[in-house]
Write a protein that binds this ligand. Structure first.
Ligand code: NAP
Length: 281
């Protein structure tokens, strides 16, 4: 039976550190505040928004929602970004994506000040990750995956890490973070041939497909350390990771559960970025 890498343990430590920082900021009259930009009323966005606001309240961060019409133009959204850049009461900005198709997302991403870009949408913050510079804001989910590995003292130097995802929000920045820790990194995707052969030989496998229970025992060995980033619904409508957890957790060395794994750390990372942005103001 694998060691379970629980996200809550890691998230609680991040929150504990944040509490001290927030107290210090408040003593100096600064209140860390997250601006949430939401276009329209997509139920997934609203549910994520509620969960973020609840987490903000628990820890003493303020959240202000900027709800706008789904039909707003690119120019109007850029103007909102500029307004938030100049608003001294807003420490960091989270904008729900994907944006509606008529919006030029690249232009909007560039309009937000990198210093308020707590979810790493600005190309400058992404570029920093690729340069090995962690002084900007890293994308929250790959950073959450890294925090779990580091918190559980998983040695990455010289280890073979396989990441199954090549998106700009997940696989690519995560590969750079792994390289910074001297891992040997392979990125796989939907055109990769012989995926089980590749993942089975790896020391660490990060899965981020969004396909419930896709990875069974044939993808892993008893030495595998599995970080499951995928979140989707299985055939019974239950929340599931990409890994067939009941089966695979019997085989491998370490594994993150879903729910209760990477996802539970991601929000804490986001909030820690808001606090950091407020400290830098
Ligand atoms: P995405 O852009 O759709 O990326 C999926 C990746 O999986 C792509 O690189 C795709 O390859 C690859 N893939 C799909 N089918 C495959 C197959 N059969 N074999 C090998 N690779 C395959 O999705 P995303 O936005 O990166 O998100 C991925 C998952 O992470 C989703 O479940 C999402 O819910 C979850 N997520 C979790 C968190 C969290 O906090 N835990 C946060 C964000 C997202 P191609 O590039 O070739 O298409």
């Amino acid at each position: 039976m694998a060691e379970i890498l629980k996200g809550k343990v890691v998230a609680d430590k991040i929150k504990e550190k944040m509490k001290n920082d927030i107290e210090e900021l408040k003593k100096n009259g600064k209140i860390p505040t997250l601006g949430i930009v939401r276009l329209g009323d997509n139920p997934d966005d609203i549910s994520y928004e509620r969960s973020i606001i609840k987490n903000c309240e628990k820890i003493g961060i303020e959240a202000k929602v900027f709800e706008r019409d789904i039909n707003m133009t690119t120019e109007e959204l850029i103007a909102l970004m500029e307004e938030l850049n100049n608003d001294n009461t807003i420490s960091g900005v989270l904008m729900f994506r994907p944006l509606p198709k008529h919006i030029d997302e690249a232009k909007v991403r560039e309009a937000l000040s990198p210093s308020k870009d707590v979810d790493c949408m600005h190309p400058m913050n992404l570029a920093r990750i690729f340069e090995g510079d962690m002084s900007g804001f890293a994308p929250c989910t790959p950073k959450a995956a890294m925090e779990i590995l580091l918190d559980y003292d998983v040695e990455l130097e010289g280890k073979n890490v396989v990441i199954v995802n090549r998106s700009m929000v997940l696989g690519k920045p995560l590969a750079m973070m792994m390289l910074n820790h001297n891992a040997t990194v392979t990125i796989c995707h939907s055109r990769t041939k012989n995926l089980p052969e590749i993942t089975k030989k790896a020391d660490v496998v990060v899965t981020a497909l969004g396909k419930a229970k896709f990875f069974d025992e044939k993808y892993f060995s008893e030495n595998s350390i599995c970080i499951d980033v995928g979140i989707s619904l299985d055939e019974e409508g239950n929340l599931s990771g990409d890994i067939d957890y009941p089966v695979v957790s019997e085989l491998v060395s370490k594994i993150t559960p879903v729910p209760g794994g990477v996802g539970s750390v991601t929000t804490s990372i986001l909030l820690s970025h808001v606090v950091e942005a407020c400290k830098r103001m």
